[in-house]
Write a new protein. Structure first.
Length: 107
């Protein structure tokens, strides 16, 4: 299945719009990542542990999106947009990633 942020697929014609599809992932970061990130805030640099959880959440959200599109019989999902949100605080930080797009049939 083709997943793209563009509104179409080069060389292919959209023959049917099947509707909006979305995929979501909510990931806990855990207290140890939060403590290490706090140290990174002070000394600078990238937080590898947060980057890893962000990648995992993004991949899970896109996989969920693709699964929902497949259930509709889609050949592709166009106009995909990823949204990120952090909720919680203290030792209960949660990362939310949402992937949204339009499921389509291609000719």
């Amino acid at each position: 299945m083709i997943i793209t942020t563009t509104d179409g697929v080069d060389g292919r014609r959209v023959t049917a719009y099947l509707g909006l599809v979305s995929g979501d992932a909510v990931m806990g970061t855990n207290i140890f990542r939060d403590m290490l990130a706090s140290v990174r805030d002070i000394v600078g640099g990238r937080s590898g542990s947060y980057e890893q959880i962000l990648r995992e959440a993004k991949d899970a959200a896109v996989a969920d999106l693709q699964e929902r599109a497949a259930q509709l019989g889609a050949d592709a999902v166009v106009g995909v947009d990823l949204d990120y949100e952090v909720v919680g605080g203290d030792s209960k930080t949660m990362l939310i990633v949402s992937a949204n797009g339009t499921a389509v049939k291609l000719g």
